[in-house]
Design a protein around this ligand. Sequence first.
Ligand code: UD1
Ligand code: UDP
Length: 399
Amino acid sequence: MKKIMLVFGTRPEAIKMCPLVKRFQQETETFETIVCVTGQHREMLDQVLHLFDVRPDYDLNIMKTGQDLYDITARVLLGMRDVLKEAQPDVVLVHGDTTTSTAAALAAFYQRIPVGHVEAGLRTYQIYSPWPEEMNRQITSRIARYNFAPTPLSRENLLREYVDSATISVTGNTVIDALHMVVQKLKDNPALSEEQRKVLLDAGYDVRRLERKTQSGEGPRRLVLITGHRRENFGLGFMHICHAIKSLTQRYPDVDFVYPMHLNPNVRKPIHEIFDGIDMLPPGKGWGEAFNMFFIEPLEYLSFVYLMEKSTLVLTDSGGIQEEAPGLGKPVLVMRDTTERPEALESGTVHLVGCDEEKIFSEVCMLLDDKTMYDKMSRAWNPYGDGKACERIVNMLKL
Ligand code: UD1
Ligand code: UDP
């Protein structure tokens, strides 16, 4: 019996690791599955644990308001020391590029426990973009004994860095497993979709608005879905993003802009400053005369996917959403200068728009106004996986 410990702590890691936890838990003859969450995120992590019904064996509960990189690294490292000593796993699996994942990998290395890296080999080769994620990934690659690369390109990156090819397997990204599970759930159960509509209504957005006729009479209302949270965009970057969004809401009164806000105070500050008092408006109300801007609390994954399916396009700096949206045929404008996920750039469903106010504004306008361009970017095609990544990872660890 192999003891596998899966460690994660933020929302995206949880979305990508919970399907893997579930898959390991099916193999009771071969694996003992131990789940350790760091609690780097609290509410946003708990939303995902609840959705997938995953109950952690260990919870380091490290989150503090306004935590910095030193706080997270130190708390995870020290917390993991004791957890690893007690649980003594044979393999520790970490995910991607968060500080939870790198600190947990280091903690396992200090006790000479082999580390498996899920979502290995993504690179921009620019250490401050994204920051600190690019360096986190590179450090974890040096430690990892097993590398689960989502795409052939991520495998090539590792090979170029002289990572032993025998340790690398191309599995696809587990986010596509998660996405398929949720999309299927919504498809199989119309009552569940109705539930999401109500959740969104409570959160402050009525999706039935999208069935209404527009003032101009040209087609139904459309939806631009927005998220943002990258550390390197804090400050000026977010101010530019908010100004661009504000101009867009005024230019397109027939389009709804919905922004489920990350809980990081650095994300919310410029929103409060630029949109002035919008956050606390009662459900159904938006900012400004056009009433088409909706700032809402972070959504549970099921509701978020439901809303993404209803959207016309997505404006984001998120990593995970770059992987999910192309599979749903939704064009993505990425508010970053670089991406470690170039596959969808090449396939044409994703464009980089940086944090430049005018560029964000003009690219959204182009997608909303130019049907040919829109059709070109909205062809559903997903280079990131086929929904079987978890099965491949489990099988690799059986060997
Ligand atoms: C973290 C990851 C980032 C990942 C992102 C996904 C690092 C350094 N950063 O960034 O790679 O892309 O998560 O969202 O690992 N907060 C809450 N409740 C929550 C979550 C966050 O209140 O459930 C607030 C807290 O004040 C916290 C702050 O957000 O201190 C920042 O959280 P943190 O994990 O440090 O940074 P993220 O920007 O979320
Ligand atoms: N997501 C969610 N609710 C939200 C916003 C995003 O469930 O309100 C999901 C989204 O579908 C994706 C993941 O969270 O799977 C992305 O998380 P985030 O953007 O915070 O982190 P990143 O992927 O950039 O590390």
